[in-house]
Design a protein around this ligand. Sequence first.
Ligand code: THU
Length: 143
Amino acid sequence: MVLSTSPSEKTLAELYARALEAASRAYAPYSRFRVGAALLLEDGTVQTGVNVENRSYGLTNCAERSAIYAAVSAANRSFVALAVSTPDADYPVSPCGACRQVISEFMKADAPVVFGPDASRLVHTTVSALYPYDALHELANSR
Ligand code: THU
């Protein structure tokens, strides 16, 4: 399925549905907290990712970073929106600090981010709201 690259509410809802579906593929035997992420690429396609845990807990990779690393590995670096689904929570769980840093490396400050436990309880925000005062884009622009 190819989604529009100017993310409307409908596009973001479809992107969230992809994140929710991805969450079913999470590898989370230790926390039992499944997370799915869906990245909308500039070409309208979607890259999903899941959290991948490890018995050495600190090696866990969050869903958001899994999606971004998979996309970059497939030669895609332009992302226009991100959806994160946490179906095992009963309230919206936002991306962790490490993921916010990685998200900010690849996404524009005004790019939309939606997250929530289900489609009826989504928080709509942006990269810059999650990660304010980020110097990366200024540094990148000055190169
Ligand atoms: N987790 C994510 O994958 N993304 C988030 O935004 C929140 C936390 C994962 C890490 C770990 O596998 C589990 O959720 C519990 O923290």
